[in-house]
Ligand binder design. Structure first.
Ligand SMILES: [Fe+2]
Ligand SMILES: [Fe+2]
Length: 300
């Protein structure tokens, strides 16, 4: 994997070049609650004009409530680029999940839940996305030692295996097609390498190694996830597939990646520099410091 900074690269450059990277914008964990941060709107607009596809890694809303869904609708209706998303655990908290899904979809978002989706670009290139929320369960024995007291319960194990199986099915569908980029979109993490400062005892809530194992059995270019607010952006599965934690608490807002199939993933920095205030995280400053922090545990 090679990660480099691209200086300038408008998406229309080199349109005749079959090797032109697939450019995606990515964000997760917007946790929209009572207002849309102005900085977030500015950054999403900047991304919109520069990318082939926007992917959203769940926790679009803070509590899955319909007024929060209406905020999501308002924000996402501004985006003209095709959007693909998975829901996060916070989006599933509200009592009216079907209505929330419809609201988000009516803003033009393709919601994936164990699905394979192929998106054709105007120049004929085709992007494959396997989207599934994923689940917790932990990373032992692959990436962490077994933690006494945090063994996965039967129920967590069942759901973790089911989600991994759904991811495998979606990737098997994509494997039958000629694609210019293959992306896995998750809410939960498939590796510990993007968990950063998350406490070890919380790992079982943040993802599981089954997801990473499935990914490594397929030809995946990039894995996008969120959920780990205290994590870090750059990581990889045990088999070396590039993974990016795009929780906005980690990245400071939307990020842009260029994918060259089977070769490398580059981070594009220049697009957002003109609109990003380095002193302001658009999500953190909306009032929620760490929605995953259990009550009584000091924040970081
Ligand atoms: Fe979150
Ligand atoms: Fe989450």
């Amino acid at each position: 994997m090679i990660v480099t900074e691209i200086e300038t690269h408008p998406k229309t450059t080199g349109e005749q070049d079959g090797n032109r990277p697939v450019r995606i914008g990515a964000i997760g964990d917007l946790h929209l609650h009572d207002e849309i941060p102005a900085q977030l709107t500015r950054e999403m607009r900047a991304v919109d004009s520069q990318v082939d596809l926007v992917v959203i890694a769940g926790d679009i809303t803070d509590g899955g409530r319909l007024p929060e869904g209406e905020l999501a609708y308002e924000l996402l209706c501004e985006i003209k680029t095709p959007m693909i998303a998975v829901l996060g655990n916070h989006d599933r908290r509200g009592p009216r999940r079907v209505a929330l899904r419809k609201l988000i979809e009516s803003a033009g978002v393709k919601l994936l839940d164990g699905d394979a989706y192929m998106h054709d670009l105007p120049d004929g290139r085709r992007i494959g996305v396997a989207g599934v929320g994923g689940y917790g369960g932990g990373f032992w024995p692959e990436e962490t030692p077994d933690i006494p007291g945090a063994r996965l319960s039967k129920a967590v194990g069942v759901r973790a295996r089911r989600e991994a199986a759904r991811l495998e099915s979606a990737l098997n569908v994509l494997a039958r097609h000629q694609l210019d980029a293959v992306i896995v979109l998750l809410h939960y993490a498939p590796t510990t390498s993007t968990l950063g400062d998350e406490p070890l005892l919380k790992y079982w809530m943040l993802g599981n190694s089954l997801l990473g194992r499935v990914i490594d059995q397929h030809n995946v270019d990039l894995v996008i996830h969120g959920h780990a607010h205290l994590g870090n952006e750059y990581g990889q599965t045990p088999g070396g597939t590039p993974v990016r934690n795009v929780a906005a608490h980690v990245t400071g807002g939307p990020v842009i990646y260029d994918i060259v199939r089977g070769k490398h993933v580059d981070t594009v920095h220049n697009v957002l520099l003109s609109v990003r205030d380095p002193n302001m995280n658009p999500i953190l400053h909306s009032g929620e410091s760490d929605p995953h922090q259990p009550p009584g545990v000091p924040g970081r």
